[in-house]
Design a protein around this ligand. Structure first.
Ligand SMILES: O=C[C@H](O)[C@H](O)COP(=O)(O)O
Ligand SMILES: C=C(OP(=O)(O)O)C(=O)O
Ligand SMILES: [Mn+2]
Length: 413
């Protein structure tokens, strides 16, 4: 079951002065979906000014380096694996948790590398994945929805759910701490690791734009619910040099996919644009092929990733959101089959995962059952694959990749 797009709400987004008049002009007055209704605008202005005066979280050189590595994937010479929590939380932002997630991600990367013979670019959903778009502004309890720790609190009280702009500064600090862990993991494993998150909350993202780079993270993406072509999120993405992702759900038409590619990758730069399909296991074989073909025909060297999570969410009998391992694996298999049939490059995966032993998704080799879900259901938003299920999925992918690389390999004589 896919979640419907919500009607975007217009906001009077004020852009921090320090980000430059061009950016301010480009975004002023545009529709910006899924932004909080902050109760205190003066406090928002103060926080934006503070963010604008703080050092950037990542270096432009590292952002450029990621774009170069993604270019290899766009040209069919590398794979990408992105993954981490659906919603990072302040309380959960411990070195142990961040490390466990990154190790699960790197485990996938290693398996894919061995199976495909291609380098794999690992990108964590980490160090800024704090803002959540929601299907509904209020929950069944009548309270405002939880929109991620950068906006409000998960506790089911009116006080916790009131948006507080000061949370953006806590998010900045948390992102900095997570990036330190990311660097230490990368050093210990002698690999390159990058950080990505959804560029959803404009009051956070815009002040962290410096000299044409969004320096809140290396990789940013636009979500399914905020991808209005003439909206503020796309306008921001057009103005920054980061490699950008764009989620595409099953309602996307080939014409729209080309229009996004024209808007976000007008110069046809490999590595600039990553299209992340999240169609659902039942739709991927029908919906994805015409999109891939149209974008290729228009000459855009994009990376195509598969997010097999967001089109396969359902509600379990007990009321918890969940996803079935088999549906996730089926969308992944469908995605590889589509690319094989077309002859395009399947660039890799985008996953909601954790290295922790949570009970949020069903199935996998441990055959996690519905009645087990409440045991360790810890996510703030969507259900993640746990460490074992992540490896189970990585093995499914590795088998597909092995088969692909066997076809590619020259026949030994
Ligand atoms: O992570 C993605 C979205 O924020 C999430 O799927 C929305 O969930 P909801 O349908 O419970 O609002
Ligand atoms: C919000 C997300 O996904 P989508 O935009 O694809 O629904 C997400 O990746 O957490
Ligand atoms: Mn999610």
């Amino acid at each position: 079951m896919t979640t419907p797009m919500t009607t975007p709400t217009a906001t009077s987004l004020t852009v921090h002065d320090g980000t430059g008049p061009d950016l301010a002009r480009a975004l002023a007055g545009l529709t910006a979906g899924q932004q909080p209704r902050w109760p205190d605008q003066e406090r928002v202005r103060e926080v934006r000014a503070a963010l604008g005066a703080l050092p950037p979280l990542v270096e432009p050189a590292a952002v450029d380096r990621l774009r170069e590595r993604l270019a290899e994937a766009a040209l069919g010479r590398a794979l990408v694996v992105q993954g981490g929590d659906c919603a990072e939380t302040f309380a959960g932002n411990t070195p142990e948790h961040v490390r466990a997630n990154l190790h699960a991600l790197l485990h996938c990367a290693t398996l894919f590398e061995v199976a495909s013979g291609l380098p794999v670019v690992p990108v964590g959903r980490v160090a800024g994945q704090y803002a959540k778009p929601r299907s509904s502004p209020t929950g069944p309890d009548g309270l405002p929805s939880y929109r991620g720790d950068i906006v409000n609190g998960l506790a089911a009280t009116a006080e916790a759910r009131t948006p507080d702009p000061r949370r953006m500064l806590t998010a900045y600090d948390g992102a900095g701490a997570a990036l330190d862990v990311l660097d230490s993991v990368a050093d210990a494993t002698r690999t390159e690791l990058f950080a990505g998150h959804e560029a959803l909350l404009l009051d956070y993202e815009v002040p962290l734009v410096r000299d044409g780079y969004a320096l809140s993270g290396h990789f940013l993406w636009i979500g399914e619910r905020t991808r209005e072509l003439d909206g503020a999120h796309v306008a921001l993405a057009r103005r920054i040099a980061n490699p950008m992702g764009l989620k595409l759900g099953p309602s996307t038409t080939p014409e729209q996919a080309v229009a996004y590619a024209e808007a976000l990758d007008p110069d046809r730069v490999p590595g600039r644009l990553t299209l992340i399909s999240r169609m659902g296991a039942d739709r991927v074989s029908d919906v994805l092929p015409p999109l891939v073909e149209a974008v290729a025909d228009a000459g855009h060297p994009v990376v195509w990733l598969c997010d097999p999570m967001h089109g396969n969410t359902e509600t379990a009998a007990g009321g918890l959101k969940t996803r079935r391992f088999d549906r996730i694996a089926a969308e992944v298999s469908g995605y590889f089959a589509v690319h094989r049939a077309i002859g395009s490059h399947p660039g890799g995966l985008h996953l909601e995962l954790t290295g922790d032993d949570v009970t949020e998704c069903l199935g996998g080799r441990e055959d996690l059952r519905e009645e087990q879900l409440p045991e360790r259901y810890l996510t703030g938003c969507d259900p993640r694959l746990n460490g074992r299920q992540t490896l189970d999925l990585a093995r499914v992918v590795a088998e597909i990749l092995l088969e692909h690389s066997a076809r590619r390999a020259p026949v030994a004589v």
